[in-house]
Design a binder for this molecule. Sequence first.
Ligand code: P6P
Length: 335
Amino acid sequence: MKPVYITQFLVEEQRAMGESAPDLRLLIEVVTRACKRISIAIGKGALGGVLGEAGTGNVQGEAQKKLDVLSNDILMEANEWGGHLAALASEEMEHPQPIPEQYPQGGYLLLFDPLDGSSNIDVNISVGTIFSVLRAPEGTDIAHAEKAFLQPGVKQVAAGYTVYGPSTILVLTIGTGVHQFTLDREIGSFVLTQRDLKIPEQTREFSINASNARYWDAPVKRYIDDCLAGKDGPRGQDFNMRWVASMVADVHRILTRGGVFLYPIDSKTREQGGKLRLLYEANPMAFIVEQAGGAASTGHQRILDIQPEKLHQRIPVILGSRLEVETAVRYHGQG
Ligand code: P6P
């Protein structure tokens, strides 16, 4: 069967939507081209001289890996000249970056975590790029660009991630379901390999960093204890556990075979509001998961409904198989 490359997919998907937003198509193509360059840099490993620490820190107070900085630079350079963006924001940069004056401004805002899970890069475990696309409010005043980004997740027009694993896979939604593209390295293009992914509604697999158990609030503790009690416990079935410590890898597994991912707020992260970032981790993943028939909650509210207050705001995250997320939320409701 003739391969469908991402450009053809986008043209046909937008035609079916009765839309032809060429700037959105260009934005997504530019981001996927940047992800190809990141995939090549990662694939070189020690041979590329890009492993290890950069010797700098980011706004999160985290030590940056050389590949964090390189991936961020690749995404910045790729997106500045196209005329499709008004500004962009990254986990690696404290403030939003306006498009340089020599280039035209466009109607979209791009947010990204250029290399999520980068603590895994030096031990050769899958990492990924996460991105989210918003419309720039009319007359976006770049001097106050941060305010333009503070839109609830329901306003996203596109979201995606690229997981750099045994194969490089892009997962994308533009609001018409979730679709998967695999990088054909011989021709350097993303090829449609699965249309309209759906997350199984039920699961027997949870994903959480169990080393934080002593910091968890009571509802999380009860929920995980009941999963661990297995078929003789309240859940009446045995559960498996997986934790890659790379959100993109954990979410991709869940998208593929079901599961529930939890990064709850706990006594260690309460002051910061949680661990994961709302605008460029939780929101894009929540959009993707919901488009695939799953659910995404803080434990108390739908993630996509949250009105952001700060660019690097953190929140608790429970996402994945719809019925299991609803069960975990019920535990929260019981206090
Ligand atoms: P921990 C990676 O740093 C990340 O932001 C997510 O990709 C991942 O799910 C989480 O943090 C891992 O956190 O506490 O297990 O290192």
